[in-house]
Design a protein around this ligand. Structure first.
Ligand code: 4AD
Length: 455
């Protein structure tokens, strides 16, 4: 049969076919179209071949019949091969379902690139692989899968929605540099490199640059990669992550919290209002519920008390005491138990960064906030910033930071200071929460973590 099939040649019909993408299908019912894509699924019975075609915009059922199923390519077709199909888009008969409610009844097709079968077949190298390390090596193939690609699509929708939300409240996007010579979040997680003979780092946060934009652009945000040489090997730490940061001028701490609540809920509403994004979310996290407002506000000291009341020890196995950092495990337990978004406020200055504004009347603490979400824990870190120049100079000293390379940051307090604050939101953490993923690695296109910088 294979030998014979080599003699079967298909003639391309002369009637014209409109070249479209799968997601445009509903506008082309009962018309001749030409669609190219990858063979996502494949099933043959007698003289019918059913293909689920994938082109990145969606999935489409294709039916090959008669002579179309007798060519050499038809008999040797494999999943992940690329094909071009021409034919009529027909609504599926009542009682049957197919993506988009229609199928492409082919009158001509050709194979553009055959994928391997046998040991190297997609299903063997990806779908039936359980080892996380092998899957990480094959991330470039894994992202073709229905779940992995859905997460990446939600990611795109979420970034679009964040940008729309910022636009609607008058916050301007800027693009700060990735190569820097100053630290923001402590020296221990800096990636350093040689910059024309000078020491330089990959940015940990664009915050300081955003602060310099306030006098020229007003409130600003950025979506920029941040880099952390993390000592924490957890399911929520990456070495490179997408950092959504914003900085707002002439605000109070309460304004900052109100803004954060609006940004998160406004963005989520936009995602849920988009039918395609909503369908993806229903696929990934059918139990997702819009958080109710106002978010629960909890003081750091109250959290320490809560942890002790619930016998959750600190990292040394001891009861928590004021001044302790709240470790990931404890934070997760508390957030999962309370099961609502939390504004955790007022951290002690010793465990927070040098730039944070001290709480008036309680100088050992800061006007700072972490937003905690069930299932993930911290997704946002933010604070009010020190507005006073001398206080900032003292803070550099206390932290052992040389003030000289920060001259441009200090200048913000010299040339017209203002009360201001901002935050950074980890996009992969936000997505892990929204799409109910076990790890932030699933929310990154090509995740980097300790020891992994490929593919
Ligand atoms: O709390 P962080 O370190 O705060 C800052 O960098 C501030 N300078 C931001 C600002 O105020 N503009 O990081 C902010 C957020 C965290 O809440 C977390 O969501 C995310 O960035 N994040 C990470 N995400 C993935 N992997 C890591 N290693 C992360 N480190 C921080």
């Amino acid at each position: 049969r294979l030998e014979e099939s080599k003699k079967v040649i298909l003639e391309e019909p002369s009637s014209s076919a409109k070249k479209i993408k799968i997601n445009q299908g509903s506008n082309f019912r009962d018309q001749r179209v030409k669609i190219s894509g990858w063979v996502h699924r494949l099933r043959s019975q007698k003289d019918l071949t059913f293909i689920v075609l994938r082109d990145g915009t969606g999935y489409l059922q294709v039916v090959l019949s008669g002579k179309l199923t007798t060519t050499y390519d038809a008999l040797t077709l494999t999943t992940e091969s690329t094909v071009e199909i021409q034919g009529q888009l027909k609504a599926v008969p009542e009682g049957k379902t197919a993506p988009g409610g229609h199928e492409l009844v082919a009158d001509y097709w050709k194979c553009l690139g055959k994928a391997p079968g046998g040991d190297e077949a997609y299903t063997n190298v990806v779908a039936e692989t359980a080892d996380p390390n092998s899957l990480a090596d094959r991330r470039h193939l894994v992202i073709r899968g229905e779940t992995a690609s859905a997460v990446l699509k939600v990611r795109a929708e979420v970034l679009k929605a964040f940008r729309a939300e910022f636009d609607s409240i008058g916050v301007t996007e800027v693009t700060p540099p990735c190569m820097v010579q100053t630290q923001v979040e402590g020296g221990s997680t800096l990636f350093s490199f040689d910059y024309y003979g000078q020491p330089a780092y990959l940015t940990q946060s664009s915050q300081l640059y955003l602060e310099t934009c306030l006098p020229s652009l007003g409130d600003v945000f950025c979506v920029q990669e941040s880099f952390r040489a993390e000592k924490s090997h957890t399911r929520r730490h990456l070495s490179e992550y997408t950092h959504l940061e914003a900085e707002l001028a002439f605000i109070s701490f309460d304004d900052l919290l109100a803004h954060l609540e609006q940004l998160i809920c406004g963005t989520l509403s936009r995602v849920l209002e988009d039918p395609r994004a909503k369908a993806l979310l229903d696929q990934l996290n059918p139990n997702f519920q819009m958080p109710s407002r106002p978010f629960r506000r909890m003081d750091y000291k109250e959290a320490i008390q809560w942890l002790n009341d619930h016998d959750i020890p600190n990292e040394d196995g001891q009861p928590h005491k004021i001044g302790d950092d709240i470790a990931e495990a404890a934070e997760r337990k508390m957030t999962d138990d309370l099961n609502v978004p939390i504004f955790l406020c007022g951290f002690p200055r010793e465990i927070k960064s040098f730039y944070m504004k001290r709480t008036e009347g309680d100088e050992g603490f800061t006007d700072s906030v972490d937003v905690l979400m069930p299932g993930v824990g911290e997704i946002v870190g933010g604070s009010m910033r020190m507005a006073d120049q001398h206080e900032l100079l003292e803070a550099y000293k206390a932290e052992g930071i040389d003030a000289a390379p920060y001259f441009w940051y200090t200048d913000q307090r010299k040339y017209g200071t203002c009360e201001h604050g901002g935050y950074g939101l980890g996009v992969e953490r936000f997505l892990a929460w929204l799409t109910n993923r076990w790890t932030v690695r699933e929310a990154s296109l090509y995740p980097r973590w300790t020891g992994r910088c490929t593919p």
